[in-house]
Design a protein around this ligand. Structure first.
Ligand code: ZN
Length: 192
């Protein structure tokens, strides 16, 4: 995936000393890479949505009908909120090592504060926050670059078009010769 400024600009911190608010910085081998402030903003947006889905009343969760690829089953029922909760946890489990996942689970899933996490994991405050920022950066990138369906942007995850819709919405290219007579522009010589 290529990160562009149009994607990172709105997520970047204006006073960031690394990217100066653009969201991109020059990485190794002179390749543009997303700044840490952008990756952390992505993770925090996904985590906010996770908390909202996990704490809402059960009646608020709705069944959604999603278009799918395939001839025999073009539509499928799903519970987006529950799917999102599962994706958030499973993707994190796959991409963190054991120590990081324990911290992730205590702090982000179970809601323990830094003092409780430090006591449980045997960390001091500095190491706790270093590990926390590392997890946010790592998962922010994973949530955005995940294929075929990324967790971020969230509106695309919950309401966005599937590949089936995107293919159907591709504009057709029509050559003038195939247009009906009444839709063609008159030739310049005839106007003169
Ligand atoms: Zn930055």
């Amino acid at each position: 995936m290529d990160w562009t400024r149009s994607e990172t600009l709105a997520l970047a911190m204006h006073h960031c000393t690394q990217c100066r608010g653009s969201g991109l910085r020059l990485g190794r081998k002179n390749v543009l890479a997303p700044c840490n402030c952008v990756l952390r903003a992505i993770f925090r947006a996904c985590h906010r949505r996770f908390v909202t889905c996990a704490t809402q009343e059960r009646e608020c969760s709705r069944i959604a009908l999603d278009p799918q690829l395939g001839r025999h089953r073009p539509l499928a029922w799903g519970r987006k909120d529950e799917e999102y909760l599962a994706d958030f946890c499973l993707v994190s489990r796959r991409n963190l090592d054991d120590f990081e996942y324990r911290l992730f689970r205590y702090h982000f899933v179970l809601g323990a504060d830094w003092k409780l996490c430090c006591r449980r994991l045997g960390l001091d405050r500095g190491n706790f926050f270093h590990a926390l920022y590392r997890i946010e950066r790592k998962l922010g990138r994973v949530f955005r670059e995940l294929e075929p369906y990324s967790l971020f942007p969230l509106d695309e995850y919950f309401h966005g078009p599937s590949r089936f819709q995107a293919a159907a919405m591709t504009p057709l290219t029509v050559s003038p010769a195939t247009l009906p007579e009444h839709l063609r522009f008159p030739a310049v010589a005839q106007i003169a």
